[in-house]
Design a protein around this ligand. Structure first.
Ligand SMILES: C[S@@+](CC[C@H](N)C(=O)[O-])C[C@H]1O[C@@H](n2cnc3c(N)ncnc32)[C@H](O)[C@@H]1O
Length: 265
């Protein structure tokens, strides 16, 4: 089977139908082994992409047009990441953002754009790989008054595009000065990136942190299903952040650890 055909076969699954093709290609290269049949490659690549993309949200969220009238909390409860965060949003955002004024770039946003009601007046730019979730958030933003928000359909592996977007969205005044500040959220997303490209998180953090005032990385400290703590503590990530950046806050709430950091001056 040629590569185009493999890609379209893999993407027949509803949860994989609108993910970036670059990511499907990466999954195929990781799953092709010597002597493996097309069916084996398709099944392995689907499983990998399901772990990266499909494991968190309810399929109900992917049905186009069906959730237009839903209230934000209903949507937030249908995605594992936001469901766990829902009772804590006020505390988390006031701690992370304080009186921040500027633009939030939410990378691998999931449905986190529906938490805009908890965020003080800011500009919000989500970036998400699942097209259906991008549409869901943008439809919601259009129904809201006085909201400056959008979500863009992009793979987080498209690093140059993301960097350009962050630079361009920078609230520049006519004289080219930065008017507002910029902050990047990477909530519970680095593990997904590592599944397709080892150490890509480090590259991403090094490339984007000079473009913004602050970065917030989060990861789960408890498993989704059982309330047991993970054995893996992600020392590789914490050590990397400690070595390369200045950590300004580090706290855990609702089974999620948030590390806030900025570039070393
Ligand atoms: C565990 S969810 C977290 C969602 C959100 N950040 C939150 O914490 O509420 C990971 C999200 O990252 C997205 N994602 C994973 N890999 C991606 C990639 N390469 N490009 C864009 N989005 C990606 C998935 O579709 C999913 O919505």
């Amino acid at each position: 089977m040629d590569k185009e055909r493999l890609i379209s076969k893999i993407m027949e699954k509803p949860e994989l139908r609108e993910i970036p093709i670059e990511d499907v290609e990466m999954a195929i290269s990781l799953c092709i082994k010597k002597d493996s049949s097309d069916e084996e490659v398709i099944s392995r690549a689907r499983k990998l992409l399901h772990d990266v993309y499909g494991a968190f949200g309810s399929r109900k969220l992917l049905v186009q047009g069906k959730n237009k009238e839903r209230d934000p909390e209903w949507i937030l409860r249908k995605h594992l990441s936001t469901r766990e965060r829902l009772p804590h949003y006020n505390t988390i955002y006031s701690r992370i953002l304080g009186n921040f004024k500027g633009t939030i770039f939410d990378l691998g946003a999931g449905v986190n754009g529906f938490s805009l009601g908890f965020i003080p007046k800011v500009k919000y730019v989500g970036i998400e790989g699942i097209g259906q979730l991008v549409n869901l958030m943008n439809n919601y933003f259009h129904t809201q008054k006085n909201v400056n928000a959008k979500t863009i359909h992009l793979s987080l592996f498209q690093l140059e595009k993301i960097k350009n977007l962050i630079k361009k969205e920078g609230n520049l005044s006519k004289r080219g000065q930065v008017k507002g500040k910029k902050i990047v959220f990477l909530f519970k997303v680095l593990d997904s990136l590592e599944m397709l490209k080892k150490n890509y998180s480090k590259e991403l953090l090094l490339e984007i942190s000079p473009l913004v005032e602050r970065v917030v990385v989060s990861f789960a400290t408890e498993s989704f299903n059982k309330r047991t703590r993970f054995k893996v503590k992600r020392y590789w990530l914490i050590n990397f952040i400690q070595e390369n950046f200045k950590i300004t806050d580090d706290f855990e709430i609702g089974g999620e650890r948030y590390i806030v950091f900025e570039n070393k001056k």
